[in-house]
Design a protein around this ligand. Structure first.
Ligand SMILES: Cc1cc2nc3c(=O)[nH]c(=O)nc-3n(C[C@H](O)[C@H](O)[C@H](O)COP(=O)(O)OP(=O)(O)OC[C@H]3O[C@@H](n4cnc5c(N)ncnc54)[C@H](O)[C@@H]3O)c2cc1C
Length: 462
């Protein structure tokens, strides 16, 4: 069985879809959405390459999203021994996976809304409230784009209201800080009112990845225009994030991610079922990443000779990492340097906003909006991270067997999603689970043990 370079050509279909290749190996890992570009991919070649049929499957990994509707041309290349030297996988420093190196366990609630984030404008007494909350697992990723829209609406309200440039922002998480910063750039005088600031906001407990369509909505519940709105937000955010590269402290950087699987190629076929939450809800999470495949680096399937992992399949992509500790500090500092003010305040009902001196308010309260605005459309999606002591030389991440690992400057994220995408659905429990954290680190240790065994010449099986 050889490795062949093939040309791929893909069409786009929205929805929670993964397509599998009948009779051939690993379609799910071949048919990545980056193949939209018609670039070259490497696949392990079975015997019948002329006709392919695709079956719908489920699941996708951040940065390894999968695409429906792929049409593949005939193989065009010769056998490929490995990656070219200029694109080789660098030596990967292993993570020191010991439970006693967990220095923190955090729990965060994704503020999920089936219809996507709330971004409408509401009048509350004398105040104009621009909503900017409910971004699910995509709040950091979409923040600049979503806040750009919120600020446009707020500045229109400022202009319509006679011109006082004082604007309030409620909340100092990802959405509050970016809204406040963009308001300043638009010429407003801004005060943030918030119960908590970083590192105590929920945004500070995020994984720190570019995941713009992670649990952001249900495909079946969004308005017709939402996919295009999502795309606008994602593109705006992506562009803004590039301007944070290369800064001291590395608030934002690119790092490599690996999607790993032990599946036998023939067993790669997956069921087309959507995940189901513990309460029985069918979770048809929207998938939009293919809409922006032209701006993100494409992923490649590593040829076996270039796969440093003990798994049969490894797929590599390069994506943005948010080093949230430094990034949130930088956003806050920039806001203060530009004359912004932060006041500690807690609101219990919309009517309390009447006491604020500002007439225009952007509401960035995240999961807090559920209680403040009595918005039961927000569903909590719990997620826990075990933080291992940072190792500066660990500058990669991987997804393996429901384990999401990311080497960040401010800690190594080890996140177990024991029920896959259904993990944490409608669970508002923010108490850390030490057992879950330990199990995640033990699984990580087991993966490295297998990797160590490879060095003795054996590629261990799962
Ligand atoms: C485990 C996990 C991992 C994640 N990983 C990622 C990721 O890798 N990439 C990504 O893009 N997204 C990720 N997310 C999603 C992201 O964390 C959220 O979408 C984002 O944090 C929401 O930001 P926010 O500003 O709306 O809310 P928050 O960060 O919760 O901020 C809300 C602010 O409002 C204030 N507030 C709330 N209520 C009140 C009130 N009544 N009165 C006064 N102030 C109030 C709070 O004090 C706070 O300042 C993850 C989420 C989880 C749970």
């Amino acid at each position: 069985m050889g490795w062949k370079e093939i040309e791929l050509e893909c069409g786009i279909k929205e929805g929670n879809s993964t397509f599998l290749l009948k009779n051939v190996l690993n379609c799910w890992s071949v048919c990545g959405e980056r193949c939209l570009r018609g670039g070259h991919e490497f696949i392990s070649d079975g015997s019948s390459m002329k006709r392919r049929e695709f079956l719908q499957g489920a699941g996708s990994i951040a940065g390894f999203g999968l695409l429906s509707g792929c049409v593949r041309k005939l193989p065009v290349g010769a056998s490929v021994p490995g990656l070219p030297f200029y694109d080789a996988v660098p030596p990967l420093v292993p993570i020191r996976a010991h439970e006693d190196r967990i220095f923190r366990i955090t729990v965060c609630l994704r503020p999920f809304r089936a219809q996507g984030p709330r971004m409408d404008v509401e009048r509350v007494g004398e105040k104009v409230v621009v909503h900017n909350y409910g971004h699910g697992g995509s709040g950091w990723s979409l923040s600049w784009g979503s806040s750009t829209i919120a600020v446009k609406n707020a500045m229109e309200a400022v202009a319509a209201g006679g011109g006082s440039k004082d604007v309030a922002v409620i909340g100092a998480g990802a959405l509050g800080l970016t809204s406040a910063s963009l308001l300043q750039r638009a010429g407003a005088r801004v005060t943030i009112y918030a119960k908590e600031q970083a590192p105590f906001v929920r945004s500070s407990r995020a994984t720190g990845s570019w995941t713009p369509d992670s649990r952001v909505a249900f495909a079946s519940k969004v308005a017709a225009g939402f996919p295009a709105l999502w795309e606008e937000m994602a593109r705006t955010s992506w562009t803004m994030y590039q301007s944070y590269l290369g800064m001291s402290g590395n608030p934002i950087e690119y790092t490599d991610r690996y999607g790993l699987s032990d599946d036998e190629p023939q067993a790669a076929r997956r069921e087309s079922k959507e995940p189901v939450g513990a309460d029985g809800t069918v979770l048809d999470f929207a998938r939009y990443e293919s809409r922006i495949a032209d701006i993100t680096p494409r992923s490649i399937l590593l040829p076996p000779e270039s796969n440093p992992f003990p798994t049969k399949i490894a797929r590599r992509s390069t994506s943005l990492t948010f080093n949230v500790a430094d990034y949130a500090r930088q956003l806050t500092t920039d806001f203060l340097i530009a004359g912004g003010k932060i006041e500690v305040a807690e609101f219990h009902a919309p009517s309390e906003l009447a006491a604020l001196p500002q007439k225009v308010i952007i509401n960035c309260t995240g999961y807090g909006a559920r209680a403040l605005w009595k918005d039961d459309s927000i569903v909590p999606v719990r997620g826990q991270i075990a933080w291992l002591i940072p190792q500066p030389e660990v500058n990669y991440g991987f997804y393996y067997h429901k384990l999401n690992v990311l080497g960040r400057r401010d800690g190594i994220v080890v996140q177990a999603s024991e029920q896959g995408e259904a993990s944490g659905w409608n669970d508002a429990n923010e108490t850390p689970d030490r057992g879950e954290a330990d199990r995640a680190v033990q699984e990580l240790a087991a993966m490295y043990a297998r990797m160590g065994a490879m060095k003795t010449g054996k590629r261990a099986s799962a």
